[in-house]
Design a protein around this ligand. Structure first.
Ligand SMILES: NC(=O)c1ccc[n+]([C@@H]2O[C@H](COP(=O)([O-])OP(=O)(O)OC[C@H]3O[C@@H](n4cnc5c(N)ncnc54)[C@H](OP(=O)(O)O)[C@@H]3O)[C@@H](O)[C@H]2O)c1
Length: 315
């Protein structure tokens, strides 16, 4: 495993991180399996573990805390998020009030059994959510030593642009993968301001393969529903990238991760999985370099016009 710096912070982290979110954190997914995946990740040299206070109905963060306590690994680069609250009947709603952000931070510290959170991110705010009061509270938390870096998790261009203009955040976690190469312009601009980038969803939900149509297990149905709900425009675009599964000695997932890591402005690529085999396969991408012709093909495929992508996303 190779390690990179998180922008201008003092943090160093594995260039491949584990996302402790979605199906991995759900009660329906056996805890023993979830734990095994974290243990395997630590065994493979992963030091970045990304979660969120509201992820998986509030279960994911607690699960990660339990796994880290079991392994007595308190020096990992743990990243969590605040700003989404669980309401009645599990409904989620946004709350970026300074009071809730502090409360959420304190709950995350308890859930994760930590004295300080290495990475603390705002979870999907709008531009108007970033108030002076909120920023003052974040700085206070940092000054008190409860958080070590402040980030924004967003897939929204306007919020990323605002982050570049303001220059006050340490990092941005955005969706960057072979299907979202347009992000590269903003990633370069963030880097020029000393703001680190973490790639979330670097496997593009596996949409470059036909696995979303293999509905054999409960988790397959869940992933399928998520792709249709959140990434439907990308399902068709992904079909044009099927060639990544046909390259000798490297799997589609490894190609996908190696492509993201070929961008030196990315500090880490954080994928999600419910499979120890996938975990062990994916971390190998840290030592893989893609041949120039593969990178060229990934770029030229993206340059094609996918007029239906934005049309479908708008439905
Ligand atoms: N997606 C979002 O909206 C979002 C938003 C904010 C932050 N994030 C962060 O980014 C992390 C990753 O995002 P993500 O989980 O949404 O997307 P992802 O990592 O791009 O894709 C996960 C999907 O890839 C599959 N997969 C993993 N390794 C594979 C392999 N070797 N072969 C075949 N399939 C493989 C997983 O299935 P298996 O379980 O079968 O491996 C799962 O269906 C999250 O955990 C979270 O921390 C994501």
């Amino acid at each position: 495993m190779n390690y990179r710096c998180l922008g201008s912070t003092q943090l160093r982290l594995s260039e491949i991180g584990l996302g402790c979110a979605s199906y991995w954190g759900k009660e329906i997914f056996p805890e023993s399996e979830a734990m095994k995946i974290v243990h395997a990740a630590i065994d493979e040299g992963v030091t970045l573990f990304d979660t969120g206070h509201s992820y998986s109905e509030g279960n994911a963060e607690k699960r990660l805390g339990k796994a880290l306590r079991e392994t007595r690994k308190y020096d990992m680069c743990v990243s969590t998020k605040a700003g989404t609250r669980l309401g009645k009947k599990g409904r989620l709603f946004k709350d970026f009030s300074p009071q809730w952000i502090r409360e959420s931070c304190m709950e995350s510290l308890r859930n994760l059994h930590l004295d300080a959170l290495p990475i603390f991110q705002l979870h999907g705010p709008n531009c108007s959510d970033i108030s002076d009061g909120l920023m003052s509270e974040l700085y206070r938390l940092k000054k008190e030593g409860l958080i070590r870096s402040i980030g924004i998790n967003t897939f929204d261009d306007a919020v990323i642009r605002m982050t570049i203009e303001q220059g006050v955040f340490d990092l941005v976690m955005l969706d960057y993968n072979i299907l979202t190469q347009h992000r590269e312009v903003l990633i370069d601009q963030l880097a020029s301001k000393g703001i680190a980038c973490i790639a979330g969803a670097p496997l593009a939900d596996s949409l470059y393969s036909n696995r979303i149509f293999h509905l054999t297990e409960m988790k397959d149905l869940w992933y399928f529903a998520r792709s249709v709900h959140s990434f439907r425009g990308k399902i068709f675009k992904g079909m044009h990238f099927r060639f990544v599964n046909t390259i000798q000695d490297i799997t589609g997932a490894q190609v996908s991760l190696a492509y993201v890591l070929s961008n030196k402005n990315i500090s880490s690529a954080v994928f999600g999985t419910t499979s120890e085999d996938h975990l062990r396969e994916n971390v190998k991408a840290s030592d893989m370099q893609l041949p120039d012709d593969v990178i060229k093909k990934i770029k030229s495929t993206d340059a094609k016009r996918f007029w239906f992508e934005s049309a479908l996303n708008g439905i």
